[in-house]
Design a protein around this ligand. Structure first.
Ligand code: FAD
Length: 475
């Protein structure tokens, strides 16, 4: 039997684990996953607190990439629940359907606003007959599809909360994130005359009965079944490069303060791209450094609030575009599966993003939790005396932010890294791609299939880039 080649996978989030799982499954590779944290799963993990199993915000399993849902259901089997999707948008004190429907907006916001939104859309539809140019920013993209009044009412404040000033955001951010096609189709959908399709809006999704973290856990079990190993509490600190060519001979890491080396025929990385560049080039390549440092990220804040009530929402999650409330979404864990928390009590998770230098990031956990609780009370979801506890989780640099020049920067970074003969990257931060766990699954599958077929890493990387550019986030 041929000796297996060593693949060292950096990062044990769903991106790294999916690559590890599909590679191990080919039978050709001895897979070692190195994870810095004490637990696997990254942002797709679950954890226990106050008698609840909690996720890192609202996570659903769904995909429109051919074959991916089959892979996931095949892996998870009866560990999955099928959940009918229910989510809305909180606007001027009302809950309205999302994706938006003008009829619904008319009912809750009144005829004047309805006419204003419809008129704004009509103007853009007319302009579209004469102006066929590509939109230059997120703002232009949305205005052309929905009209300025709808943009200002919903999209602008929500995008500002999640990514910062939408006028300085690349249109790609809208293309991947906003469920809408063009012209007449948008009008018909807004008027409720045409239904959203599974391509833009899922009617149901899957959810692991034991919490979202059971999805990465199932991958861990499969990797181990195929002879692979997963090591936690491992900080990847360096690459040993081969004397000839640009090739990673071994990955160096610190475990309990001791240095350890993992020999590598291939390295698949899901850790931040700028860090990988530093491991390869040691900060010496000025062009790389400048491009990598220019890649923008947003920090993630999650505030968990425990409430003495069986359930608070009717939806799994609710979006909050308006600026008065600090959070952009709230999520109720027990809506996924009531067994994930004790009877008579519930947990609401509010998520929002920000930057290192913002007042929000500088605020204490107590201040952040208070802002969320005040918001939930003001919006009428809970009363202050129902709150039984709260805590805050922060994650730096989790949301890739596509500014107007991001495409050139990411091209410079990936062109440089593609010179490494045996390196591939995957995942959200690893690919600098705004993606979900189904996309991470697809990337892992793609990498394993093409590597096992004997393709060069540079070719795989380039094909993967093209594939990833077409990913869509389905609401
Ligand atoms: C609020 C919220 C809602 C979401 N909703 C959904 C949803 O509905 N459906 C869905 O499918 N997805 C959803 N996502 C996206 C999903 O969480 C991501 O796509 C996924 O977690 C990305 O996985 P990853 O492995 O790329 O990154 P991560 O989960 O960040 O994993 C990277 C791992 O690398 C490790 N690492 C970093 N540096 C090192 C180092 N030096 N050495 C070793 N290890 C290192 C980290 O500790 C981490 O575990 C959501 C995300 C958020 C935050």
């Amino acid at each position: 039997m041929n000796k297996k080649e060593n693949v060292v996978v950096l990062g044990g989030g769903i991106g790294g684990l999916a690559a590890g799982y599909f590679l191990a499954r080919t039978g050709k590779y001895a897979v070692t996953v190195l994870e810095k944290a004490p637990v696997i799963g990254g942002l797709c993990a679950s954890f226990e607190q106050n008698g609840f199993t909690l996720d890192y915000g609202a996570h659903k399993l769904y995909s429109v990439i051919p074959g991916v849902l089959d892979e996931i259901t095949g892996l998870m089997g009866d560990r999955l629940l099928t959940v009918p999707k229910q989510n809305r948008l909180y606007l001027r004190g009302h809950l309205v359907d999302y994706p938006l429907k003008l009829g619904n907006i008319a009912k809750v916001l009144g005829p004047v606003i309805f006419l204003k939104l419809g008129f704004g859309y009509g103007i853009e539809l007319l302009k579209g007959f004469f102006d066929k140019s590509e939109p230059g920013s997120y703002e232009e993209y949305i205005i052309r599809r929905f009209g300025r009044p709808t943009y200002e009412l919903v999209f602008e404040p929500l995008a500002d909360k999640v990514w910062g000033d939408p006028a300085t955001l690349h249109p790609e951010m809208a293309r991947t994130r906003v469920p809408a096609s063009g012209g007449l189709e948008v009008a018909l959908k807004l008027l409720g005359l045409k239904k959203e399709t599974a391509e833009t809006n899922a009617e149901f999704f899957y959810y692991p009965r034991a919490g979202f973290g059971d999805f990465p856990q199932a991958m861990v079990e499969e990797i181990e079944k195929h002879g692979g190993q997963i090591l936690t509490d491992v900080d990847v600190t360096g690459f040993k490069l081969a004397p000839e060519g640009l090739r990673v001979e071994a990955v160096e890491a610190e475990i309990d303060g001791n240095k350890q080396s993992f020999s590598s025929d291939y390295v698949v990385s899901s850790i931040p791209l700028p860090l990988v560049g530093k491991l390869v080039f040691g900060g010496e390549d000025a062009t790389f450094k400048q491009a990598a440092q220019g890649l923008q990220f947003r920090h993630l804040i999650l505030v968990y609030v425990f409430v003495k009530r069986d359930l608070v929402l009717e939806d799994q999650w609710v979006f909050f575009p308006e600026r008065e409330l600090v959070f952009s979404r709230i999520f109720e864990q027990k809506q996924m599966n009531p067994e994930l928390g004790p009877e008579g009590h519930t947990a609401i998770t509010a998520d929002f993003t920000t930057t290192e230098d913002s007042d929000l990031w500088g605020a204490s956990d107590d201040e952040l939790a208070q802002q969320v609780i005040d918001g939930l009370v003001k919006a009428g979801f809970i009363s202050a005396d129902e709150v039984e506890g709260q805590f805050v989780i922060r994650r730096r640099n989790f949301y890739p932010r596509y500014d107007l020049a991001y495409a050139e920067k990411i091209q410079t970074v990936s062109d440089k890294l593609q010179q490494v003969e045996n390196l591939l990257t995957t995942g959200r931060i690893g690919m600098y791609n705004y993606n979900n766990s189904d996309h991470c699954t697809d990337m892992g599958h793609f990498i394993a299939e093409h590597l096992a077929a004997g393709e060069e890493t540079k070719t795989i990387w380039q094909k993967l880039e093209q594939r990833v550019a077409n990913y869509k986030i389905v609401d």
